[in-house]
Design a protein around this ligand. Sequence first.
Ligand SMILES: Cc1ncc(COP(=O)(O)O)c(C=O)c1O
Length: 379
Amino acid sequence: MTPFDPTTLPTPCYVLDEAILEQNLGVLDSVQKRTGCKIIMALKGFAMFAAFPLIRQHLCGVAASSLHEARLGYEEFGKEVHVFAAAFREQEFAELLSYASHLVFNSFSQWSRFRPLLAGPQTRVSCGIRVNPEHSEVKVTLYDPCAPFSRLGVTRENFQANQLDGITGLHFHTLCELNADSLARTLPVFEEKFGQVIERMHWVNFGGGHHITRSDYDVDLLCKLITDFRKRHPVEVYLEPGEAVVLNAGFLVASVLDITHNRMDMAILDASAAAHTPDVLEMPYRPEIEGAGKSGEYPHTYRLGGLTCLAGDVFGDYSFPEPLRIGSKLIFTDMAHYTMVKNNTFNGVGLPSITIRDARGQIRIVRQFGYEDYRNRLS
Ligand SMILES: Cc1ncc(COP(=O)(O)O)c(C=O)c1O
């Protein structure tokens, strides 16, 4: 069923549905209330700050991966700002300290390098080390932080327990779009390898990749895992999901610009997989479209392509009950996470407008992009 009428919307545009976002936030909040854990939102997955006022009513802060994300979190979200990066840059570190409440180091070499800079008035920052339990749950290597030779997190073999003075937290991030059973298998490995130092910590961050708001996610198991962990170790537990916060809460509306034929029917859209939904090509996966089926499922099948020159700028093959026409509008679903934060202007294509659908069903345009946005990042 069409969630809203796209006919009057400027395309391409992202639509964030506040009612669905609120449902997701309710689920996340229930986990916090049942377990006493704290949930922060990973900005790398979703950083649409027009939605922050709603999100901060439920979540405790943000997880940032860079100076800019830390600043956005500090200025626009305004609660805890946890920062992790594969490496911090010396010239940015002082400014980073002015935004961060928690800093997670990816190596003991970074920790010992930056430690002297933490001695001043900025000691309010709580420091942690990211560890790598070397337990893979993610099947796609590109997204597996525990793949062989991973640069993310300190392995048990390289862990320097004698360098923990000043470290009050441990962080691991090993999951991606996974259910609580994956966490259930990960925690014993993490505890077996790093258990002896947890007692010296104030907090442990279980990272992101928990698909908590997915309909088949085992929330009860997650709550039990966190509650039992906190019984064994009296520490604060953090989760930092990105995707789960806005799962199914966003749409990308696109218009058909042309219909062509090369041994099959094709439709060229005013959106681009390469520019506007890069994970479609990177992951890769086939996004869903409202009212469309798989190739051949309905009478009219098309290959849907983007408007850039990239031969592979293709969303996939879809069928429709009625033929598409120039001007037909298509609604791609689950398009809030890893889209706005990753999109680009390859070929000079415009960025999709950003809109919000409020609880009454009214859609308002929050931002539109133009030539300046393309030009200003080039020279
Ligand atoms: C360190 C860290 N935390 C949190 C996340 C958020 O993950 P997700 O959006 O899958 O929940 C990621 C994603 O890559 C990550 O690398």
